[in-house]
Design a protein around this ligand. Structure first.
Ligand code: PGA
Length: 267
């Protein structure tokens, strides 16, 4: 990563942790990460931390984390602001709870719930309009990688989802190779580094040099405490979107700790 971008460690809880458990866990996270021993946040020596609880756990997490150094966000949203869309949640509802982020186009949403590049584009624009930073997830399947089509897939996903986005909009991108999600098979630092470099160059070219320089690119896919340090050493890897290892305090602490050690080493 670059010193200009503060690393972000984000926990995607997926369909885990109901309201009571989420509140307890948020309290534990607050004790761990929000403050140093004197009670003062220490930006610069610590990565940013965020969590993505299920919708129904968001109010409990918001009550615990609102106004603290730990951000939170939704795992999904709809693109309309209201209407007859049973089961959907508008970006403004997330904003009302103090959500800073929303995931858009996670591969589980794409493969299990029929999300397309086009719905990602609409969600992304709607999130930005509601004042929420989208975390656009992209990444190739194993078949696509083995066919040498990784960059082509990334390019298609980025071009479609980011069409019409103002180059001044705040955005995070998570590169999550589908074959690495929940499989224990992490991309090597070289594989992640190469994909992230491709995404960064694309953003510089197609959005603007400023947007390319400031946008955080997270790696996701079987991130663990013992593989994250190496991934973060890649110049264009600015953090992680963590699934399984974000559910337990010990493993999440280990990943945040790897980022903290990396930052401390830079100073
Ligand atoms: P994983 O999930 O860390 O369990 O592989 C990552 C994700 O789906 O965001």
């Amino acid at each position: 990563m670059s010193q200009a971008r503060i690393p972000l460690v984000a926990g995607n809880w997926k369909m885990h942790k109901g309201p009571a458990e989420a509140r307890r866990f948020a309290e534990e996270l607050l004790g761990e990460f929000a403050k140093d021993r004197t009670g003062t946040p220490v930006p610069g020596h610590r990565p940013d931390v965020a969590v993505f609880p299920p919708f129904t756990s968001l109010p409990a997490v918001a009550q615990t984390l609102r106004g603290t150094a730990i951000a939170y966000g939704g795992q999904n949203c709809h693109w309309e602001s209201k209407g007859a869309f049973t089961g959907e949640v508008a970006p403004a509802f997330l904003a009302e709870l103090g959500c800073r982020y929303v995931l858009v186009g996670h591969s589980e949403r794409r493969t299990l719930f029929g999300e397309t590049d086009e719905t990602c584009r609409k969600k992304l624009l709607a999130a930005v309009a509601a004042g929420i930073e989208p975390v656009l997830c992209c990444g190739e399947t194993l078949t696509e990688r083995e066919a040498g089509r990784t960059f082509e897939v990334l390019e298609r996903q980025l071009r479609a989802a980011l069409a019409g986005l103002a180059s001044t909009a705040s955005l995070t991108i998570a590169y999550e190779p589908v074959w690495a999600i929940g499989t224990g098979r992490t991309a090597t630092p070289a594989q992640a580094g190469e994909a992230h470099r491709f995404i960064r160059n694309w953003l510089v070219r197609e959005l603007s040099p400023a947007a390319g320089g400031r946008t955080r690119l997270l790696y996701g896919g079987s991130v663990k405490p013992d593989n994250f340090g190496e991934l973060l050493r890649q110049p264009d890897v600015d953090g992680a979107l963590v699934g399984g290892a974000s559910l337990e305090l010990a493993s999440f602490r280990g990943i945040v700790g790897a980022a903290t050690s990396y930052l401390t080493g830079l100073i």
